[in-house]
Design a protein around this ligand. Sequence first.
Ligand SMILES: CC(C)(COP(=O)(O)OP(=O)(O)OC[C@H]1O[C@@H](n2cnc3c(N)ncnc32)[C@H](O)[C@@H]1OP(=O)(O)O)[C@@H](O)C(=O)NCCC(=O)NCCS
Length: 153
Amino acid sequence: MSTTVTLVPMTRAHIDLLLPHEREMFGTEAWSASSYRAELADTRLRHYVAAEDATGALLGWGGVMVVAESAEILTVGTVPAARRRGVGRLLLTALLAEAVRRGATEVFLEVRVDNDAALALYDGEGFARLGVRRGYYDAGRVDAVTMRKELPA
Ligand SMILES: CC(C)(COP(=O)(O)OP(=O)(O)OC[C@H]1O[C@@H](n2cnc3c(N)ncnc32)[C@H](O)[C@@H]1OP(=O)(O)O)[C@@H](O)C(=O)NCCC(=O)NCCS
């Protein structure tokens, strides 16, 4: 990777920076500013990180929820201009590390069946496909693949 990437705890200041990308990246599943504010406020169960370049520009962000021994990846995204430089993998690795730190032994996620980039990322990081949730996205039009990965103790 040519750019220096730094992971920092995501703050409310990052919400304004990510919103212009959110709709383009997540379409009908895009979250609002108030959704993100609520997510960030729930520090007991959730942990969000942001990736920045050397100038502080936002490259990506992601979040994980840990309830008892199970974690769930809530979102992961890399802004289009910064893709294929390892940012997504870095974010995912940090979220998994936090899940382990909080005592999770397994992690789940859902991903659109047509999201080849994300499926490749998760396949590569050791997630196994569990099944399909019919009509999970786009008001019943697009299925989700559910994935699971065991975490080290
Ligand atoms: C999925 C996403 C987060 C990947 O981010 P990224 O920073 O480009 O990913 P990385 O550069 O870390 O890539 C890691 C691996 O993922 C896979 N991958 C990433 N993008 C890919 C693509 N377009 N096609 C195929 N494989 C891809 C590759 O295996 C890659 O490893 P490699 O570069 O060594 O081959 C990004 O495409 C994105 O933000 N998409 C829109 C939002 C989204 O779909 N989020 C996931 C919701 S479940």
